[in-house]
Design a protein around this ligand. Structure first.
Ligand SMILES: [Zn+2]
Length: 68
């Protein structure tokens, strides 16, 4: 019984150590770049840089605005 508890303790300890490391990994600069909001050149709707569509140096919120 004691062995099982010890094993669970080790597994939980390793899990938390790994989880903590994972959380610290992504650099904050990358996150802020992805979440930057850009206004659509056609309808001025703000979209995240990640979801925006770019053509001729202008950002668009969707294909409808991009084609218009
Ligand atoms: Zn738009």
């Amino acid at each position: 019984m004691l062995k099982i508890l010890l094993l669970i303790g080790v597994v939980v300890g390793v899990y938390f150590l790994f989880f903590k490391k994972k959380n610290l990994k992504p650099p904050s600069s990358d996150n802020s770049q992805e979440e930057a909001m850009i206004p659509c050149a056609k309808c001025s709707t703000y979209v995240s840089a990640k979801e925006s569509l770019m053509r001729d140096g202008k950002y668009y919120c969707c294909h409808e605005c991009l084609e218009a």
